[in-house]
Design a protein around this ligand. Structure first.
Ligand SMILES: [Zn+2]
Ligand SMILES: [Zn+2]
Length: 218
């Protein structure tokens, strides 16, 4: 996947490249933002202490740094779909090791139909497939829809960002139980927060977020 060497352990990635991936050593227990090792016993980042997010817990194996940032951009914008299989497998292996409370369903962040037509696939769904297989969890791809095709959050003020996503998602019928949202990267967290709020309002009892990479640091 990176250097062209043979992959190992059923992955499209050689041992050396795998060891070079930017794993997160110490993260906020709520939002997974990388924390300095000195915070290890503290647990929560400042923003989560002040105002806990709408989701229960975000889990992220990797920091959004080289080469993960390039890989995720390549997947999304250059349609390197094969990357999703490997990155999803890496997420699944890591999650299995973390042994988190397992949700009743996985919900990839839905794309608006216009965006889906343009891109040809939903990267979150493609990442979710290997996770669903490995952990034996059902994928929910119809229970929630993207109702509005919102512009990217980057470059907007905090106020604009909030308004931008209001009513972005709609649940068909009702939700129940424990849901894990799957996304490629979490940056501001606005999108998954809005989706988590929508799912909770529709009846989900607990919402977690599982992403491939977490951007930002404290
Ligand atoms: Zn390699
Ligand atoms: Zn946090």
């Amino acid at each position: 996947m990176l250097c062209g060497e043979r992959g190992e352990a059923g992955l499209d990635l050689c041992r050396a490249c795998r060891h070079d991936l930017p794993v997160i050593d110490c993260a906020c227990l709520r939002c997974a933002i990388p924390l300095p090792a000195s915070h290890r016993h503290h647990g929560l980042c400042g923003p989560c202490q002040r105002q806990p997010p709408a989701f229960e817990r975000c889990l992220a194996p990797f920091a959004y740094q080289a080469p993960l940032d390039h890989l995720l951009q390549d997947l999304k914008f250059n349609r390197r779909l094969a990357l999703a299989r490997t990155l999803g497998q890496l997420m699944a292996q890591w999650l299995a090791g973390q042994a988190p409370p397992l949700p009743g369903r996985l919900m990839p962040v839905p794309l608006h139909p216009a965006r889906l037509r343009e891109r040809g696939f939903n990267q979150s769904l493609e990442l979710a497939r290997p996770i669903a297989r490995r952990l034996g969890l059902p994928l929910d791809i119809h229970g929630c829809q993207r109702l509005r095709n919102t512009p990217p959050q980057a470059g907007l003020s905090a106020r604009q960002r909030h308004g931008n996503l209001k009513g972005a998602f709609g649940v068909k019928g009702t939700m129940a139980g424990h849901v894990a949202i799957i996304d490629d990267v979490m940056t501001t967290g606005d999108t998954v927060q809005e989706l988590a709020r929508t799912l909770r309002k529709a009846g989900a009892e607990r919402v977690d977020v599982w992403v491939c990479a977490r951007a930002g640091s404290v």
